[in-house]
Design a protein around this ligand. Structure first.
Ligand SMILES: Cc1ncc(COP(=O)(O)O)c(C=O)c1O
Length: 475
């Protein structure tokens, strides 16, 4: 009897706090009261308060952020459906290309609410500080700044990158790194170095749209492998593909992939690297979101498990510092010379001034402080946006629960055509990324990707409501 009463009590406490979360008293992304204050406010024991929080965690209403306590997630929306199948397709056609270019144009159109391109709002970035560093560097080293840089890239920057690689589990030397024009060029150079036209390349499904464009440009076939919204690439499906045909490379974004926001578990990363090494398949790892984790630890890169030089690690500062600086890099393992050669053919060198600025900024020590703020901002915005989608979108909508990055992948009810919805949304002053852009086989017609790296305001909330209304009308 006593036990039943106690059970009822923690359920009551959980229900009460669930209501407070749903009615917005505790905003998504905010910290929930400490156990001590719950125990005081509700006149319950600490054990009961703890049990109530366990229930709220089970209901996905709150989640623990190591070292910083519990915080509010979003309200009562369906989690993403697990990945279903894999299948192969031919290289994508140019139709996606024009859609992407249109979206990039829309992203620059100041009048649109920018949920489309996965670009951080400038107010989140240390633009003034970085530009000051740039001005100081070019003033103090005019000759260096105007000269061609070496093909491999600016050495002080490579030194800083090698130091930071330790945080992700890799001991790299500056000589193992090549700087690039963003992560996009890093992936392009890597694919150019390890494939030839007509080869088959494994990609995640859904995947980063820019990657599909690169495959198309290099005349490669995309073999799409099912990718789970929580755990990433399906290893059984990959194994099956490897047994079936010759795979020239596997390109993936294991840390907070785009558009799913998945985070591949550590053991699975190790298994993946081992599986690819056994088949001698190079892995091109795109880690642009790796620094944007919401939990305590940075995910380890695939590169950190690589004993064979078969992982080509690509990344950039586009999501964290300055997309327009176009500073990225690749650590290509045993393909160093081939990638360097490709870089020389396509661009000779990376612009020197922006490399100088990023190197000096990193050396100055402000980057980690900035990252801590940025992670917390993105975590809050992802939660806030999730709550609005939950409130305004039709029932049956599913949404991812990313633990890093700044994009959400939304599955709307069957019947919603996100391409048609995109045109209607643009007329109403809102951009987003329609689902079919993210797969070579043009699936995901009722999905959309939302960029959450937008300062929250009533206008942003109203834009989500408008999208929800459109989805409801079409479903
Ligand atoms: C997974 C992924 N890779 C690469 C890029 C492009 O990065 P960059 O601007 O550094 O070329 C993006 C941008 O959206 C991305 O999402």
């Amino acid at each position: 009897m006593a036990e039943n009463t106690a059970t009822a009590r923690y359920q009551q406490v959980a229900d009460k706090y669930a209501d407070l979360i749903r009615n917005g008293t505790f905003e998504p992304g905010s910290r929930v009261p400490s156990l001590r204050s719950i125990s005081r406010q509700m006149s319950v024991s600490m054990t009961t308060a703890m049990e109530a929080y366990r229930v709220l965690e089970e209901r996905d209403l709150i989640a623990a952020r190591p070292k910083s306590g519990l915080y509010v997630r979003c309200c009562g929306i369906l989690p993403p459906a697990p990945a279903k199948t894999s299948g192969s397709t031919e290289a994508v056609s140019l139709e996606i290309g024009s859609l992407v270019l249109g979206m990039m144009r829309d992203a620059k159109a100041g009048h649109l609410v920018p949920f489309g391109a996965a670009v951080p709002n400038p107010t989140f970035l240390p633009t003034e500080a970085l530009n000051r560093v740039l001005a100081r560097e070019v003033r103090s080293k005019p000759e260096t700044s105007q000269a061609y840089d070496s093909v491999q890239g600016f050495e002080p920057l490579r030194e800083q990158l090698a130091r930071r690689a330790l945080n992700a589990g890799s001991a790299l030397s500056p000589n193992e790194i090549i700087t690039t024009n963003g992560a996009h060029q890093a992936v392009y150079l890597s694919l150019s170095a390890v494939t030839k036209p007509g080869d088959t390349v494994v990609v995640e499904k859904p995947t980063y749209v820019g990657l599909l464009q690169v495959l198309e440009a290099l005349q490669l076939r995309a073999l799409e492998v099912a990718t789970d919204p929580e755990e990433g690439l399906c290893l059984e499906c990959l194994d099956e593909a490897i047994q079936r045909e010759r795979i020239a490379a596997c390109v993936l974004v294991p840390s907070f992939g785009n558009p799913l926001g998945h985070n591949m578990p550590t053991e699975k990363r190790a298994d993946l690297v081992e599986m690819l090494a056994a088949a001698e398949v190079p892995a091109i790892e795109d880690d642009v979101y790796g620094e944007l984790y919401f939990d305590r630890d940075r995910p380890r890169t695939l590169k950190s498990f690589d004993n064979n030089g078969l992982v080509l690690l690509c990344s950039s500062f586009s999501k964290t510092l300055a997309p327009g600086y176009r500073v990225g890099w690749v650590a290509p393992g045993r393909f160093l010379k081939a990638v360097e050669h490709q870089k020389y053919i396509t661009s000779v060198a990376t612009p020197t001034p922006t490399q100088m600025a990023v190197a000096a900024y990193l050396k100055g020590g402000a980057y980690d402080r900035h990252l801590r703020r940025l992670r917390s901002t993105y975590c809050g915005l992802v939660a806030r946006m999730s709550a609005s989608v939950a409130e305004y979108f039709p029932s049956g909508t599913r949404i991812t629960r990313p633990r890093g990055g700044h994009v959400l992948w939304v599955e709307m009810p069957d019947g919603v055509d996100s391409m048609a919805m995109y045109q209607l949304a643009i007329q109403r002053g809102i951009s987003f990324a329609p689902g079919p852009m993210f797969s070579a086989s043009r699936e995901f017609s009722n999905f959309m990707r939302l960029n959450c790296a937008v300062p929250w305001s009533d206008a942003v909330d109203a834009a989500i409501r408008t999208l929800g209304d459109l989805a409801r009308e079409m479903s």
